[in-house]
Design a protein around this ligand. Structure first.
Ligand code: BV8
Ligand code: ZN
Length: 240
């Protein structure tokens, strides 16, 4: 941890890429944790896809309403709060997340780069019109219909097989190319193109610190691996 603290002190420009692990201690299940209860028999990569939504819009809608309720009940944990403090201490700090929850924002982070969209935002799957969720939609068995074209409303998240928002991916790539230290926190490093960002940082000469209780495909890229939960590792790294 001392070497990591030293590396952070020496850094001129810091960026951070987070995955579902940073929200685990807030009680938001990680993406690959065995789906609990009702969802145990479904493959999240199938549900989080245009094919899954076309095949059974009601099932996918209910899955997202249940996850949204879980996110709204969750509170930012000490890891989220430590990252928000970094934003205050390192003016050029850029936070990139694969997560669709708003816990970084609720911890006080500004201009978070959301690579995979946001679960609390909605739009029409056919014409793209933005949709404001109504109370009755949360209990509905089918997705609401778009007032403009009658298309099905969907969460504004990036599904498997869909391209990432070009502006978010461009901002994330720019952030990792121009940082001299990248923190990679709570991600299994399985999902591309997000998982390619640490290699891009490395090629641009940045150093990489991984924070994750488990090793993974990104670990060989890291100069330092802090093997522990981010809710403990991040406050220690920041000395808060
Ligand atoms: C695209 C939104 C093309 C939805 C998500 C073969 C090779 C390479 C790529 C592919 C391939 N086959 C298919 C692809 C493409 C695919 C992909 O990468 N698949 C993978 C599975 C192989 N990618 C895509 O489809 C992407 N799009 O490529 O499109 C294209 C291009 C242009 C134009 C048109 C099309 C889109 C990917 C986005 C998918 N959407 N989310 C939703 O949430 O419902 S991704 C989803 O997985 C989540 O957002 C999550 O962020 C993401 C990654 O998971 P992690 O965040 O890493 O979480 P995970 O559960 O995996 O791991 C948790 C980690 O936390 C673990 O390491 C654990 O150890 C750690 N942890 C646990 N507790 C803690 C902790 N860490 C710290 N502290 C703790 N306490
Ligand atoms: Zn529409």
């Amino acid at each position: 941890m001392d070497a990591a603290r030293e590396m952070l002190r020496e850094a001129a420009a810091v960026a951070c890429l987070t995955g579902a692990g940073v929200s685990a201690e807030s009680g938001v299940p990680t993406f690959r944790e065995a789906q609990t209860g009702l969802w145990a028999r479904f493959d999240p990569e199938r549900l989080a896809s245009p094919q899954g939504f076309a095949a059974d819009p009601g099932l996918v809608w209910r899955w997202y309403m249940e996850r949204l309720t879980g996110v709204e009940k969750a509170l930012p944990n000490r890891g989220h709060l430590a990252l928000a403090q970094m934003g205050q201490r390192w003016p050029g700090f850029r936070l990139i997340t694969q997560n669709v929850d708003d816990l970084h924002e609720r911890a006080g982070c500004a201009d978070v780069i959301h690579l995979h969209g946001r679960i609390a935002h909605f739009h029409c799957n056919r014409c793209g019109t933005v949709y404001r969720l109504q109370a009755e939609d949360r209990r509905a068995s089918q997705p609401p219909r778009c007032a403009a074209c009658g298309g099905a409303v969907r969460p504004s998240v990036v599904w498997f097989g869909e391209g990432l928002p070009t502006d978010a991916l461009a901002a994330a790539t720019d952030a990792v190319i121009h940082c001299d230290l990248l923190l990679v926190v709570g991600t299994s490093g399985l999902v591309y193109p997000a998982a390619g960002l640490p290699a891009t940082a490395k090629r641009a000469g940045s150093r990489v610190i991984e924070i994750n209780p488990e090793p993974g495909p990104l670990s060989p890229l890291a100069d330092i691996c802090l093997r522990g939960p981010s809710g403990e590792m991040l406050p220690q790294l920041l000395g808060t």
